[in-house]
Design a protein around this ligand. Structure first.
Ligand SMILES: NC(=O)c1ccc[n+]([C@@H]2O[C@H](COP(=O)([O-])OP(=O)(O)OC[C@H]3O[C@@H](n4cnc5c(N)ncnc54)[C@H](O)[C@@H]3O)[C@@H](O)[C@H]2O)c1
Length: 346
């Protein structure tokens, strides 16, 4: 299968192509390169040829002969989405919808969209399922719901979208992100030997390892069409719903000598437990291989191997908001988040 993956220079997007290539698929990448400077360690040497292009500029001819698209290139978390909500809507909602329409026009048969469990928003009773009402709290989460709403009607006999509502990711990637909870706590534990939480850590967070997200994508692309056609899947495992406090405790246990303290209840009221029964029951071959403890150990091993310094941990390339603020401040990207003409490379 010829698969076009958008966001191949991202945290998840850099992990997926080697898996697809190893399974005999042909992969083309697309990425505009906002976080190009961030490279934590050398992983595999299998990479996809990547088209350096904004998804808002993808044309029909870029999609000729493509069997499937895995669409990951967006402004990819809540804080980044809040930086300029109008641009978040431009890229994440309008840009993704435009890409889906072009895909359908080009005869691309599968469209795997990276949605997020953040569409569920604040606390509800019990574990939320794909049938539960969405309750997005930010521009980022709202855009995910809008793409789902607007791409679903495009489904027909020749075009099968699938919506992957991923839990919060964790784990190692050469394109590391330290702005997601477990990775952030692990980085703090390594560089400061302290995790000082300002909140009491009671909110629930479903977690999923980056490689398990990639596994879910591969399973979706290879699944019989009727199983994934126009379906929503929560991506993760029900046993990987943690309270933030538990995540901190797991990390503190794995990183020797790390002190842990908690504060009082915080301002972040996002809290939800998610049921992952559907994906684990229906998607052939899918089962998570990772839990938080194994992921924390993986990070400990990598930080030890590369002797990670605080400068590396804090560098903008690994924290999306910091990097985009830097690109704006230095006028490398313009008000619409396109690279400026004077950019000489980053
Ligand atoms: N990491 C998570 O915890 C998580 C959880 C749920 C969903 N997701 C979703 O999965 C997808 C991938 O996430 P990630 O963590 O790898 O994100 P990321 O920010 O690490 O990577 C996204 C990549 O897309 C590129 N990109 C952004 N806007 C672009 C544009 N307009 N044109 C071309 N390229 C562009 C960036 O340069 C970056 O390399 C996103 O859609 C994200 O919302 C991620």
């Amino acid at each position: 299968m010829k698969v076009l993956v958008t966001g191949t220079e991202g945290y998840l997007g850099s992990l997926l192509p080697p898996l697809l290539i190893e399974r005999g698929h042909e992969v083309i990448g697309v990425d505009t390169g906002y976080y190009k400077t961030g490279w934590l360690y050398n992983g595999t040497n299998i990479t996809a040829k990547t088209l350096n292009k904004d998804i808002r500029h993808i044309e029909l001819e870029d999609l000729q002969g493509v069997d499937a698209i895995v669409h990951m290139a967006e402004l990819s978390n809540d804080p980044t989405g809040q930086l300029a909500p109008n641009i978040t809507y431009d890229i994440n909602h309008k840009g993704s919808l435009r890409l889906a329409n072009l895909a359908k026009k080009a005869g691309v048969r599968r469209f795997v969209y990276m949605s997020s469990c953040s569409v569920y928003g604040v606390a509800t009773e019990g574990d939320v399922t794909e049938e539960s009402p969405v309750n997005p709290q930010t521009a980022y989460a709202e855009c995910k719901t809008l793409v789902e709403r607007d791409v679903k009607p495009l489904a027909d006999d020749n075009f099968s979208p699938t919506f992957m509502r991923n839990a919060t990711a964790f784990g190692a990637s050469p394109r590391m992100r330290f702005d997601i909870v477990l990775n952030n706590l692990a980085g703090l534990a390594w560089t400061t030997k302290q995790i000082k939480m300002t909140s009491d850590g009671t909110p629930w967070r479903p977690l999923v390892h980056a490689l398990d997200i990639c596994k879910a994508i591969v399973c979706t692309l290879e699944a019989p069409r009727d199983i994934v056609h126009n379906q929503i899947f929560n991506v993760g495992d029900t046993s990987n719903n943690y309270r933030v406090k538990e995540i901190a405790e797991i990390v503190a246990e794995v990183f020797p000598g790390c002190e842990l303290s908690f504060g009082t209840q915080g301002a972040d009221n996002r809290s939800y437990r998610v049921s992952f029964e559907k994906i684990n029951t229906l998607l052939p071959g899918f089962k998570c291989d990772w839990d938080a403890q194994r992921g924390a150990k993986q990070l400990y091993d990598i930080f030890s191997r590369i002797d990670m310094t605080p400068e590396v941990f804090n560098s903008p390339g690994f924290t999306r908001l910091k990097q985009l603020e830097y690109l704006i401040r230095t006028q490398q990207i313009d008000k619409d988040f396109f690279w400026t003409k004077t950019t000489v490379g980053v």
